[in-house]
Design a protein around this ligand. Structure first.
Ligand code: ZN
Length: 275
């Protein structure tokens, strides 16, 4: 794995760029060791301006939108296009500026469809992130890259509202990905900093932050993260990391939303399905 850390946010952010580089070099191998998932051959982290991020984010969302729209024809198109437009409107039109200041980093696809982590220089500088927080941030985001590398389909599923709405059950793929990233980040930061570090309630991560506009939204996200992390921790504990990693190969092995409240129901259902 080749780590490609790029400082593209201008000379004001050179110091932050160097800090990120040093921290990524420590964190990346730990992500592979803790998750037992390889990172992409070229693992890219770009420190960018908010303007660059907005452009890249919009381009990525537009790609998702066009792909989902392209999958519809005839009557299905008539039926589902308004739903798709409505669901993705916030992501396509941009959200109020105060939410951008809470986003620190995000895993998206570049123009060639390759995954990369974008870190927002101005937001982190503004918050004067500590090294502990940067470790936690990169551990979380690099875990997303490892998840993407292991199963682009699963990652895509969490990002495409229309695809996600097919079928009777609502698969809790996003909780699976976020809970797993938090689970890994907490193990990794215990190794780099010792067990004193707890997750801060400020803007670490993620795509969800781009859509939340109130304190209530923020609290709801933090609660959902905590619940998802506890669920993933319990699942790995019971079935083992190897079995857990095979979950992403098959949608039917993912938890369904209602199972997030009952780990035992989930374990019972997948018991016969695991190899
Ligand atoms: Zn995340």
């Amino acid at each position: 794995m080749q780590l490609d850390i790029r400082q593209e946010a201008g000379p004001d952010h050179d110091v932050l760029g160097e800090r990120l580089r040093g921290i990524a070099e420590l964190t990346a191998p730990l992500v592979e060791a803790v998750t037992e998932l390889p990172l992409p051959e070229r693992t890219t982290v770009r420190l960018v301006s908010t303007a660059t991020w907005r452009r890249n984010y919009h381009q990525y969302q537009l790609g998702l939108y066009n792909r989902e729209r392209g999958s519809l024809s005839g009557r299905l198109r008539e039926q589902f296009l308004p739903y798709l437009r409505e669901t993705m409107a916030g992501r396509l039109n941009g959200t109020p500026s105060d939410t951008w200041t809470r986003t620190w980093a995000m895993c998206i696809e570049d123009a060639m469809g390759e995954p990369e982590t974008l870190v927002l220089a101005e937001n982190i500088q503004h918050k004067t992130a500590t090294d502990d927080e940067l470790h936690q941030l990169l551990a979380h985001e690099l875990t997303h890259l490892a998840q993407y590398h292991a199963s682009p389909e699963m990652f895509d599923f969490a990002r495409t509202p229309l695809t996600r709405s097919w079928g009777e059950d609502l698969w809790a793929v996003e909780s699976l990905l976020e809970g797993h990233a938090q689970w890994a980040a907490s193990r990794i930061t215990h190794q780099t900093q010792g067990p004193h570090l707890t997750r801060t309630d400020e803007g670490i991560d993620s795509c969800r932050q781009a859509t939340e506009s109130t304190e209530t939204d923020k609290r709801a996200r933090l609660e959902s993260y905590t619940a998802a992390t506890a669920f993933i921790e319990g699942a790995i504990d019971k079935i083992g990391l190897g079995n857990f990693n095979s979950v992403r190969e098959e949608l039917s092995l993912c938890p369904i939303e209602r199972e997030l409240d009952s780990l035992s129901d989930y374990l019972l259902r997948i018991d016969g399905l695991l190899r």
